[in-house]
Design a protein around this ligand. Structure first.
Ligand code: ADP
Ligand code: MG
Length: 244
């Protein structure tokens, strides 16, 4: 099979997913039989008011929370996995190998430079000493990714020396270190002004395509929705596709 043919197999398929949380004596339904499919290289935008279940959807899609029922199938060139039923241990392995997660707040480590924020990703879960060749490869990859997000001159800066937009770029570059098949991004522009927010949306659309990641993007930003491959709306845990 050619590279192009192989690539078409990357997709996230969410089917009939329900998630409830304990709520006093009863349960609160955060996701109510939600279904959606997003393929590699495309971006599905998720909109909806606060409390409608957007972050919960990203959490189940990225194995952080197991849903009550339904299937979440991650199809990659190397195989197919149901994320709704994997064990905690398998889920942790998958998050390291195949899933990139970008939260609203960058959660960068204050003492590390931009490049080091990316380099540490490779050491997570490693029980053995990392050989020098691997460390060089990691460093080169971190440099390349920081360049691709427009931070060529900021690689040696620590979070306090970066602007909010630059920190969010580091956050996005870090999520790409493991070449994720699935990228989930939660309101990345909420702390940014319009112009910087627009540049981050541009960047997300570009990285989803160039890295061929199936991308779920939660956003409040109405101005960019026409550029997304699909737009969904969540209301009280019910997902509907918006016609554009
Ligand atoms: P959004 O991201 O759209 O604001 P969330 O997914 O954070 O929505 O929340 C959806 C609903 O689930 C809300 O009513 C929220 O209060 C509730 N919720 C979220 N996380 C938890 C939790 N860990 N425990 C209990 N309820 C939660
Ligand atoms: Mg949220």
């Amino acid at each position: 099979m050619t590279a192009t043919e192989t690539r078409t197999t990357t997709a996230l398929d969410i089917a009939d997913v329900t998630l409830t949380y304990p709520d006093g004596m009863s349960r609160l339904t955060a996701l109510d039989r939600v279904s959606l499919r997003v393929t590699g290289g495309t971006v599905a935008a998720i909109t909806g008011p606060s409390g409608s279940g957007k972050s919960s959807l990203l959490a189940v899609a990225s194995t952080l929370i197991r849903p009550d029922s339904g299937h979440i199938t991650l199809e990659t060139p190397s195989g197919t996995t149901d994320l709704a039923t994997v064990s905690r241990r398998e889920a942790a392995v998958l998050r390291r190998s195949s899933i990139g997660i970008v939260f609203q707040q960058p959660n960068l480590i204050p003492a590390l430079t931009a490049r080091e924020q990316l380099e540490v990703m490779i050491h997570l879960g490693q029980r053995v000493y990392t050989p020098a060749s691997k460390r060089r490869e990691t460093r080169d990859k971190a440099t390349e990714l920081l360049e691709s997000v427009g931070l060529t001159d900021q690689q040696s800066k620590r979070p306090a020396q970066l602007s909010g937009g630059q920190r969010q770029r580091v956050n996005i570059a870090r999520a790409l270190m493991n070449d994720p098949s699935l990228l989930v991004i939660d309101e990345p522009t909420s702390a940014l002004d319009t112009e910087r927010g627009a540049a981050i949306i541009d960047l997300i659309l570009t990285v989803a395509r160039t890295h061929h990641a199936a991308t779920l993007l939660v956003t409040h930003d109405q101005t960019h929705l026409h550029r997304m491959n699909a737009v969904y709306h969540l209301l009280d845990g019910h997902l509907t596709q918006t016609t554009r």
